[in-house]
Design a protein around this ligand. Structure first.
Ligand code: GDD
Ligand code: MN
Length: 392
């Protein structure tokens, strides 16, 4: 072992090192790319090399770059991308720490680009990159804002999807009509190319929730977007796994709610209220079972029902409504305590306000509804501020 003191603390100044003369670069070589391709990744190590090779081949004569936006995958996806980037300046990597989300990753990638045209493509080779030159041509030659890769126009297809996934996808597409124009055949597509001005005018309005970035763009744009669709066949996945799960379905509903009603009430409040509604059902199921079926005293049955409903509401909100701020372990227990406290105060406020209104000769139904509304808003505000505080 060398004596640490003998190790020099300063290295020779770089000027003393022989340096290769940089080759003179022409203006054209220095210019930024015309097209940026955003490829969101989560555990896609086995696919990134293949994607870069395929892009190099099909965009051989174009000026392009690819930005992988990786959510700190455990399988060294980001390291693999950076290794490629050392040999090829067209490859870039954004590694996000402590965050997840396909849409938000795409948005961050798009914002890191200065190119006039930006594409989004899955990194798992399921989208057909050979369509990209055609998409680029449409944007150059027409005044379209967006070119969408569609599985539902003549020439496109779902690949090896089984009938149940195809049916779910079609159902979701139909639901999405609530917020996007009817003639967009594949609003669920994650494969498209747009002009950067379209991003500029839309980015501050995006919900950035979940998987469906194209839907978000169309539903958030300040004016109807001019679009052209090009067909592509969805390929089978060869390496890695799909990240689409039941949580993605919940995010999809949240995105639709946010786009439809977000300007009036937060989508999270709607979710919180829906869970509250389900809690009332749980409460009554519990009460009826204990009081009517088993024959426990009313006070005991009602008390148990209140507890069960409260734990139910807390658990479901923790799993869904506040999925992005989910509490675990000791924090779960602390969260349950603050949630229960907030519910108790909200219940007092509910009774207080309803009684006051009822005594001021408002009917019993509107009085009760007002009490419920006030306590729901109060409970939502308190639990957002204390139980599921936003982490910074
Ligand atoms: N950064 C990041 N963060 N990337 C993610 C995340 C995430 O949380 N979740 C998924 N991805 C990446 C995946 O690594 C993959 O490159 C791409 O997003 C698509 O994810 P998949 O899990 O492969 O999605 P899929 O094949 O089930 O769904 C596809 O089909 C939809 C059509 O209905 C995707 O292409 C969607 O974009 C498309 O809309
Ligand atoms: Mn996929």
């Amino acid at each position: 072992m060398p004596d640490p003191k003998s190790i020099p603390r300063t290295w020779p100044l770089p000027s003393r090192l022989p340096r290769p003369e940089p080759a003179p670069e022409s203006q054209a070589q220095r210019a930024g790319p015309e097209l940026t391709i955003i490829a969101p990744t989560y555990n896609e190590r086995g696919n990134v090399v293949g994607l870069v090779n395929r892009l190099s081949r099909c965009l051989e004569h174009e000026s392009w770059e690819v930005i992988f936006v990786d959510d700190d995958s455990g399988d060294e996806t980001a390291e693999t991308v950076r290794k490629l980037a050392i040999a090829d300046r067209r490859v870039r990597c954004i590694q996000r720490i402590g965050r997840r989300g396909l849409s938000s990753a795409c948005i961050e990638g798009m914002l890191a680009s200065s190119a006039p045209y930006i594409a989004v493509i899955d990194a798992d080779l399921q989208h057909d990159e050979q369509v990209l030159p055609q998409m680029l041509k449409v944007l150059r030659d027409t005044d379209a804002d967006v070119v969408v890769g569609s599985r539902y126009v003549e020439g496109g297809g779902l690949g090896d999807w089984d009938t149940s996934r195809a049916a779910v996808s079609r159902f979701a597409t139909r639901l999405s009509r609530l917020v996007v124009p009817a003639d967009l055949t594949d609003p669920m597509s994650g494969f498209f190319m747009l002009r950067r001005e379209v991003l500029g005018m839309t980015v501050h309005r995006l919900s950035a929730i979940g998987f469906k970035i194209l839907l978000d763009l169309f539903a958030s744009a300040p004016r109807p977007l001019r679009f052209v669709e090009v067909p592509y066949e969805f390929r089978a996945r060869r390496s890695g796994e799909s990240k689409l799960d039941s949580a993605a379905a919940w995010d999809f509903v949240m995105l639709l709610l946010d786009k439809k009603f977000g300007h009036v009430v937060p989508a999270r409040f709607i979710a919180f209220s829906m869970v509250g509604g389900a809690g009332v059902v749980v409460h009554f199921a519990c009460l009826v079972t204990l009081f009517r079926v088993i024959g426990v005293s009313f006070v005991a049955a009602q008390s148990v029902a209140v507890m069960v409903a409260m734990v139910f509401n807390f658990t479901v909100n923790n799993l869904l409504t506040y999925r992005d701020r989910r509490l675990r372990g000791l924090k779960w227990l602390r969260g349950l305590t603050t949630f229960a406290l907030s519910c108790s105060v909200a219940a007092l406020a509910n009774v207080g306000i309803a009684s006051y209104l009822y005594q001021s000769s408002l009917g019993w139904v509107p009085s009760a509804i007002a009490g419920v509304l006030v306590s729901a808003v109060f409970n939502y505000a308190m639990t957002t501020a204390f139980t599921w505080r936003a982490q910074r």
